[in-house]
Design a protein around this ligand. Structure first.
Ligand code: FRU
Length: 454
């Protein structure tokens, strides 16, 4: 598996990608499968989005790192594949990881996934670097972390997704691991990015960490320390993404958790990663239909998986808020009567100045289905999908009052930011024809429509 082979295949096959469900605002791979965002960073004048990528088909398979870059987080330029599984230690997949700039050089730390002939899985952490963001050199002494640096009970098959950062002049990485069959977030430390030691376990003994935790993230927001993680839950329970807020005590290298909440209440949101630029904490997640992961692959679309809209995370009066980090090309504000029907663009950001009060609703209609939002109680916004393929119902907890309601709508995804972004839920749906109508039943209101089709 080489970068050259993947690039050749991409050139020959990109024209086979079907447009039907393909997003206009959300990022998708030019061809084939995409999952986690990786190596998010602002470097040399661009936002870079690397991602888990199978360039040969629309199913999850031997992972490469795809690469896109953007000036504005809306328009993305596809760049050559950044890394292929071409070394002994990553031959079954270049798994997820993160990026950091050090001495003007872009470093990435990622997981090498190896499945031996007898099926034994081994995961190690590895380093690569680039001086132009496009061509990477893998460190000749990889791996930099292996099973020997796991705490007792750690499983070498479940040791992945390093998120690297600095604190007080040292490098650190949070890495996910299964220890004695349960998810933990481990902290590792380095002086030069090349030599790493195990420090401590930051989060353990929490049912929400599942049987394995994936894609941990660490950052500070509004004076609090945050650990974000995506958990593989036992017994077919939905895999949720949680954010733990508290304090990392740097003297003892322990994390005191004060609160835990889902980062997004939708089931189709997974593996987010964040980065900081100009004082903004920007989060990008992977969106996929949790119960129909292979729908697009099975329907010959030749692409699969999209990123959520980049969102800015803030803390307002101790409460977490998320807002889309992008705005549309056209901005139109209209007054909605108590009942109103309007045509809407396929790809748009729709903002209602006042959220829905109890009993009020919005229907987003396509000739083939409808997504309904209805405030059923003071603190529950119900999200429903009705179409031939499925009937889905999801409660979104909105304990923080009405606030503005923002909907990021695209060809096969909807992101709901309720109560001024205090309650968020992402949804993936498959309607053969696009949503083109909004039906509103509520108090007279103001609707802002930002279109992305210009
Ligand atoms: C999360 C994940 C990561 C892993 C990658 C493999 O979706 O399973 O833990 O690194 O995807 O593609």
């Amino acid at each position: 598996m080489t970068i050259q082979a993947a690039e050749k295949f991409a050139k020959e096959n990109t024209a086979q990608v079907a447009a039907q469900y393909r997003p206009k605002i959300h990022f998708a791979a030019p061809y084939g499968w995409l999952n986690d965002p990786n190596g998010l960073i602002y470097y040399q004048g661009y936002y870079h989005l690397y991602y888990q990528h199978n360039p040969y088909g629309a199913n999850w398979d031997t992972m490469h790192w795809g690469h896109g870059r953007s000036k504005d987080l809306v328009h993305w330029e596809d760049l050559p594949i950044a890394m292929a599984p071409d070394e002994e230690y990553d031959r079954s997949g270049v798994f997820s990881g993160s990026a950091i700039v050090h001495d003007n050089r872009l470093y990435v730390m990622y997981t090498g996934h190896v499945v031996a002939e007898d099926g034994t899985v081994t995961e190690t952490q590895n380093i690569a670097w680039s001086d132009d963001s496009i061509h990477f050199t893998k460190y000749e002494k990889n791996p930099v972390l292996a099973a020997a640096q796991l705490p007792a009970g750690g499983d070498p098959a479940d040791f992945r997704d390093p998120k690297v950062f600095t604190h007080a002049g040292r490098f650190y990485a949070v890495i996910a691991a299964a220890v004695d069959g349960a998810g933990q977030i481990l902290l590792y430390e380095s002086e030069d990015l090349l030599h790493w030691q195990y420090t401590s376990s930051l989060l353990a003994n929490l049912p929400e960490l599942g049987r394995m935790t994936e894609c941990p993230d660490f950052f500070t927001i509004g004076g609090q320390d945050a650990l974000v993680f995506s958990a593989i839950m036992p017994n077919e329970e939905p895999h949720l993404v949680q954010i733990a807020l508290g304090k990392l005590d740097w003297a003892t290298k322990t994390f005191q958790m004060d609160s835990l909440q889902p980062l997004d209440q939708g089931l189709d949101f997974y593996a987010p990663q964040s980065f900081e630029h100009n004082g903004r904490r920007i989060v990008i997640p992977w969106l996929r239909h949790a119960e129909m992961v292979n729908y697009l692959a099975d329907h010959d679309q030749n692409w699969n998986g999209q990123m959520g809209i980049p969102r800015i995370l803030t803390m307002v009066d101790g409460q977490l808020r998320q807002t889309p980090a992008v705005t549309g090309a056209a901005l139109q504000t209209v007054t909605l009567a108590e009942t109103a029907t309007r045509s809407i663009p396929v790809a748009s950001i729709l903002t209602l100045k006042k959220g829905l009060a109890v009993g009020q609703s919005i229907d987003l209609e396509s000739p083939d289905g409808v997504v309904k939002l209805r405030q059923t109680t003071a603190d529950t916004l119900e999200l429903q999908v009705h179409c031939d393929l499925e009937q889905r119902q999801l409660p979104i907890k909105t304990p923080t009052g009405q606030g503005a309601l923002t909907l990021v709508l695209d060809r096969s995804a909807l992101e709901v930011f309720a109560s001024d972004g205090a309650a968020v839920a992402s949804l993936v749906f498959f309607f053969p024809s696009a949503i083109d109508t909004l039906k509103y039943a509520g108090e007279a209101n103001q609707l802002t429509v930002q279109s992305f089709e210009a």
